[in-house]
Each structure stands twice: as C-alpha cells, then as structure tokens.
Design a protein around this ligand. Structure first.
Ligand code: PEP
Ligand code: MG
Length: 744
C-alpha cells in the first residue's frame, strides 16, 4: 500500500502539467483500488469542475461544473470530509448530471483534497454494485488526497502562469515589506557535492564545459576579492585568493580535468575529486590541514554551481534582479551586491528565518513560503513583487506595471518623509522618550548606517561575520571587526551578542546535524561546550572595547542560571587576564542575557542578581512560547508575536524586570513593527532595537502618538482573543489618526 501511495504521488509530482497529472491519477487510483470509476473535480471560481475521469463520459471533462451546494461531490467539498455510501442514489443530496453518464454506478466514495485549510478539489471512486467501500479503502483514498494536495496545488499555480499572464500568480508570506519591479533570477537552491557518477558522452565537450565553469568561477572569485579589498577586509580577500589558486591547473583545476579525461562528465569529475580530497584532508592530524577540507568543499560547490546553473552567479548582473530560490542562505544574501538585489522570493523559510531578518536588515522586499515557485518557468521574466501583501506577479500587463511603479514612488516619498525626522528624538507627544537602537550584523555600510538616528547598536549579531568566513575567525581578526563596529557607533553603546549559531544559522565550516535544531545545540550552549572559542570571542570583544564604556555583552539562548554563572566566570577570566597582561585601563563590560527561553521569564529575580540587563528576543520567545518553528512555512501562519498570550508574557516580563531593577529592552522583529513598537512602549519598554530600515518609520510614528492612549490600546489588546484581532485594533487606531499608511 505504501509503495502504491508513493508511486502515485511521485508520478503526479513529476507530471508535465495539471491535466497530465490528473489524467494519470484517475487511471492509477482506479487500478490501485480495483474499482470501475475514478474522477477528480477541481475547484475553480467556487465551482467544482470535472477535470479528469476514468469511467465517466470523457466528453464531460471540463464541461460539468457544479456549485458547492449541489450534489454529493459538492457535499464532500462543503463538509470537508469523506463520504462513503453503499448506494449514492438513496442519499438526499444525490443529483444526476446526465452529461457524465453515471447511471450505472451506485457505490460512492469521495475525499476532499485540502492544502493548508484550502479546498482544492474532490476525488471520487464509484462502483456499479451497491456495496460500502471498506474502511481500508476509505483510509487509502484520504491518505492519497492529503499526499496529493501539495503537488496539485503546485501544478494549479503552474497552470495559472500559462493561462493568464496578467494575474497574480503566487502567494507567499510577507517577510520584508516593500514593492519591487525587476526580472527574475532563479537559483535552484543548494548544490550537493555528491553528484551521481556519470560517464561522458563527449569528452571534448565536457572539457569545454569544465573550462568555462572554472573561468566563470575565477571571475566571480576575483570580483569578490576586489569587493572585499575595497572594504579593506584583508582576511576575506586572502580566502578568495586561496580559492583562486586552488582552481589552477597545477592544483584541483588540473585534477578535475584529469577526471574528465578519464571518462567522467564534468559534474561527476568535480564531485569525485572533491569528495576524494575531502576524505583525505579530514583524516589528517594537523588541524590546519584538516580545515582545508572546507576550502575544497566550497570550491567544488562553486564550480558545480557554474556547471549546473551557468550564468547564475554573475553577481555583476547589470540590472537589479528579484532573486527566486528555494532557501536564501544568509551567505548568499550577504554576498549579493545590495544595489543589484531588488527583491527576494523563497519557497522555504518563515518570516523570522534569519534570511528574512537579513532581507529586512538590507531593506530588500521579500516573501517566503512560496510554494512551487521554482517549478514554474519564470526565470528572466518580469516580476512585480508586492512583498507587503505577499504577492508575486509574473509578466504582468504594462498597465499593472505602471500601477505598481506609481505605488513604488509613493512609497519612496513616504520613506523620505520619515527620514526627514530621523535626527529628532523619538519622543511621544506627551513627552515620553524612547531610545531606538539598531540591529546589525554586516560590517559593510555600517559606518553610514549608524551615523544617523539610532541611539546605538542594540544587537550586533556576531554570527553573521562568522558565517561569511571559511573557518573560525582568529582573535585578532575578531578584534578588528569588533573595533570597526564600536567605531561606527562613535561613542554610543553597542550590545554585542556572543556567537548564536545553530538553529537555522549554520557555519559552513562547523556543520551541526540535528533532528530539532531550534531545540538543540544553539547559542550559549555551544559556546559553553567550546570554552576555547568562547574565550577567544570574549577576549576579542574586550580588547576592541579597551578603556571605553560602549561595550555590552549579550548572551543568547540562555535557559538556566548555571549557564549565566559559567558565562560570567569566563567573562571574568578573560577580563582579569587582559587587564593584568595587556591593558590595565580595561573597563568591565555590562553583561546581559537574551530573554528567549520561556522558563527564564519566571526566574527574573535570580537573573537580576547576576546580570545588568535583559534583551527580549521576541522572535525566539514567540517560537518557544507557541511551539512554532519560525522557519517552517507550513506553520508560519501560527507564528504570531501579537498573540495575546505573547503580549501578556512580554508585559509581565517588563513588570518583573522593573520590580527587580533589571534593565530591559526588546530586539526581536516585533520592536521594528509599528504595532509592536506601540504595544511595547505601552508596556513600559523604552529601549527598542530594530533593523535600520525600520528606524525612521518607528521614530516618525512614536513622535505622533500619546503614551496615555497607548496604554488604553494595550489594555484593550490584552482582552482580545487572537493576534489578528490585535492587528485589527492597531490598524483601526492608526487609521483614526491618519497614520495607517505606516503599516504598508
Ligand atoms: C530573537 O530571537 O528575537 C533575536 C533577536 O535573535 P535572533 O533572531 O538572531 O535569533
Ligand atoms: Mg534569537
């Protein structure tokens, strides 16, 4: 049974289009269930259309349409449950459609096809004899319907691309607001180093492909080296130069070629050479040589990408593009020149995945969880991305493009209007001063970003520079980076978070494979298991800060008091060593923890005895309080920081912190959203840290509201039932004050 299910689902997923898939499906189900008739009805504009049949009158396909209120098929759709009848004719909802010629059938079993609460259609099997289908048959059809739902939805979307070039085609989840109009650059996602062994049909041709791929790789590497050279990042430049050397004939370049000459196609050759050397290097004792395995892996993937997706990774595209990919890894986004990146569309990933956060940090409109977008043929087509509404349009008509161009310019005008006040303090009409800080992670552009508006850096995610490296950065390399960050903040406070890898932030050179990464080896857990790495990082932060008072150290993902105590011991150890050996003027930094793990909400009295402040990570706190993986598009609709339960927790945290004299700020995404900022201010948070792109908007908003009104707003919000009701309340509040445009 399992095999049959799997075969049918796979065949459908691989079908060329919806029609072919349905055709195939009815035949296969009929055979698998040894029945006389199988038909599929697909929902189209509130009607169920007979879309494929094996057993009814073929000419009725596409012609028979029924509203949900009619017939037994309509009843299945209406009730969203399976119906199993020994004699369909005896049922009061039975309706005869003469065109389909179903007079001979009596037994009737039907199951709805539902994808994420949305009805897509109904599968029906019928038999002439009046007998009830068995429980097993019913379960089989329901399982099949559930498994097919995703493939059918994908094919339906694909079909609508072809049918109507003017319509909205894809729906995703808004991850970074804004509108973009540009051509698509489709990247097929992760390239596996493990390519199948395939012999070459034409060796000279394979050699030519390999040569071109190597050449393109060389160009990309040299462009990247130049770019980082301009940003004076010598270490990164040296990595790219080393990779370029590895591409030479005398090195891996020659090895790849020899493997093609031995008869393998280019992809297999690169894969074979890379895997062979990786195994050899990994077996070496010397840690330096061991680390070289990751260079070989990286280079292999770069060459393979050029072979598999030629012309894809030209980071020098002459015009901005909308990147369409399975999963945007943070490295890719960070490497992509900002001015060339108009928008991001991903199949996977949730609103609070780190790629989404990075998109917001870069100010690039983005949507995630766009099902089957890679299956549709949209590469190089003109796209309109309305990320605020989660919509992606492919090849829209000139009128639609024109409409969006004017929306875009209106949006830019609004941004300029907000930016004009950025230098004025964020103070409510009744005089409550809120301190706005910036979240950062990338070095490039930091100096100009921090120049205006922010009261400091409220969250510096140190893992981002770690992710852009080929190995753990050394102490002196880290000192250099942290010094730049502190300098960019010119005297203003900087909250530097210790390494928060794990979860959805892997380091390319330190892979962690876990069943439940968000419940696994993340943040401080990993640092405390590797004190040698943790100490290097703390020492680097302290040295960068020296006798200044800017540095605040923040510990991520703390879940118990022992973790705080141990971390404090390491911080103290690094501090006293450096003070006695290097800098007698060294200042002891303030230390805080991220409030992300719910249990700590109930131990704030103990936390207050140990650290100076907490920074509420509303992204993770929401994820853990609601038990919703922030990265999983299937459940992303459930990830809601406006859930009244979350709001009550945040309010309680603020009150408890005040009771124990513990400083509290918020650095999760909620702080940078208009509704979130208003509610947090009402709770008493007066330090909010957000992406650079949100600063001007939130500042503008806070300067136009009264804190007394916000308290009322919060009181009402806390009595509501759901996050959507809270959003509506905020929307109405802003609407009454003619501020609703700020939500766009
Ligand atoms: C958070 O969890 O809210 C947070 C700011 O940390 P990150 O998003 O980097 O996990
Ligand atoms: Mg977090």
């Amino acid at each position: 049974m399992l095999n049959t299910l799997r075969d049918i689902t796979q065949a459908v997923a691989a079908a060329r289009d919806l029609e072919a898939a349905l055709e195939l499906l009815v035949g296969q189900i009929k055979a698998a269930m040894s029945t006389q008739c199988c038909s599929i009805y697909i929902l189209d504009k509130n009607e169920l259309v007979l879309s494929a049949t094996d057993g009814l009158e073929p000419s009725a396909v596409g012609r028979v349409r029924m509203p949900l209120t009619e017939g037994l098929v309509g009843l299945v759709a209406e009730r969203e449950e399976a119906i199993n009848l020994a004699d369909a004719r005896a049922h009061p909802r039975f309706k005869l459609f003469p065109e389909v010629a179903e007079e001979e059938y009596r037994a009737f079993l039907a199951a709805p096809i539902i994808y994420q609460k949305q009805l897509l259609g109904v599968i029906v099997v019928q038999q002439p004899s009046a007998r009830q289908f068995s429980e097993g048959e019913e379960a089989f059809l329901m399982t099949l319907a559930a498994q097919l739902a995703m493939a059918i939805r994908g094919l339906k979307q694909k079909a609508s691309v072809k049918e109507d070039q003017l319509q909205i085609l894809f729906q995703g989840t808004p991850a970074s607001n804004g509108i973009a109009i540009a051509h698509a650059l489709v990247l097929g996602g992760q390239i596996s180093l493990e390519q199948p062994d395939q012999t070459a049909a034409d060796i000279p041709n394979e050699l030519e492909r390999l040569k071109t791929a190597i050449e393109r790789c060389r160009n990309t590497l040299s462009t990247l080296a130049q770019r980082f050279d301009r940003e004076q990042d010598e270490e990164v430049v040296s990595i790219f130069s080393a990779l370029q050397l590895l591409l030479e004939e005398a090195s891996l370049g020659g090895e790849y070629r020899d493997e093609v000459l031995a008869g393998w196609c280019a992809e297999s050759a690169v894969s074979r050479v890379s895997l062979r050397y990786i195994t050899q290097f990994m077996a070496m004792e010397d840690p330096y040589l061991k680390e070289r395995a990751s260079d070989i892996r990286d280079l292999g993937q770069k060459v393979l990408r050029q072979l598999i997706e030629p012309e894809r990774l030209e980071l020098n595209a002459d015009k901005p593009v909308i990147l369409v990919t399975r999963e945007a890894d943070t490295t890719l986004l960070a490497e992509f020149p900002r001015q060339k990146l108009a928008g991001i569309v991903t199949e996977l990933g949730g609103v609070n995945s780190h790629a989404a956060i990075l998109a917001r940090a870069l100010g690039v409109p983005a949507i995630t969880g766009v099902d089957q977008v890679l299956a549709a043929d949209i590469d190089k087509k003109l796209l309109v991305l309305n990320a605020t509404r989660g919509q992606l349009m492919v090849s829209p008509s000139p009128a639609v493009v024109g409409e969006y161009r004017s929306l875009l310019s209106a949006e830019r005008a609004l941004q300029r209007q907000y930016a004009r006040e950025l230098n004025l303090p964020a103070e409510t009409v009744d005089g409550k001063r809120i301190h706005l800080y910036m979240n950062a992670g990338l070095l490039s552009g930091l100096a100009s970003e921090i120049a205006e508006g922010a009261d400091g850096i409220g969250l510096y995610r140190t893992e981002i520079p770690f992710m852009l490296q080929q190995r753990f950065p050394s102490e002196s390399e880290q000192v250099k980076v942290y010094r730049q960050v502190l300098e960019a903040a010119s005297g203003r406070p900087v909250v530097m978070r210790t390494l928060d890898v794990g979860g959805d932030k892997p380091l390319p050179y330190f892979p962690i494979k876990e069943e439940n990464p968000f419940l696994g080896w993340r943040g401080i857990r990993l640092s405390l298991d590797h004190p040698e790495l943790f100490l290097v990082q703390i020492r680097a932060m302290l040295q960068a800060s020296g006798s200044g008072e800017q540095l605040h150290i923040l510990l991520p993902m703390v879940s118990n008091l022992d973790e705080i105590d141990q971390s404090l011991e390491y911080i103290e150890q690094a501090y006293s060593e450096l003070k006695s050996d290097v800098n007698p003027e060294l200042k002891r930094p303030k230390v805080g923890i991220m409030l992300e793990v719910p249990a700590l909400l109930f131990q704030l009295d103990e936390v207050a005895k140990r650290v100076d402040f907490v920074s509420v990570g509303s992204n993770d706190l929401t994820q853990y309080l609601l038990a919703v993986d922030r990265n999983n598009p299937r459940v992303s609709a459930l990830f809601d920081s406006y859930h009244p339960g979350i709001l009550r927790s945040l309010k309680q945290a603020r009150e408890t912190c005040r009771q124990y004299g513990l400083g509290a700020s918020v650095c999760g995404e909620l702080a940078g959203e208009p509704g979130g900022a208003l509610l947090l201010v009402a709770m008493g948070y007066n330090r909010l840290s957000m992406n650079q792109g949100s600063l001007a908007r939130i500042n503008y908003l806070l300067r136009r509201v009264r804190s007394s009104e916000l308290e009322q707003l919060l009181a009402e919000a806390l009595t509501l039932r759901s996050g959507s009701e809270v959003r509506q309340l905020v929307h109405d509040y802003l609407g009454q004050r003619e501020l609703a445009a700020i939500l766009n």
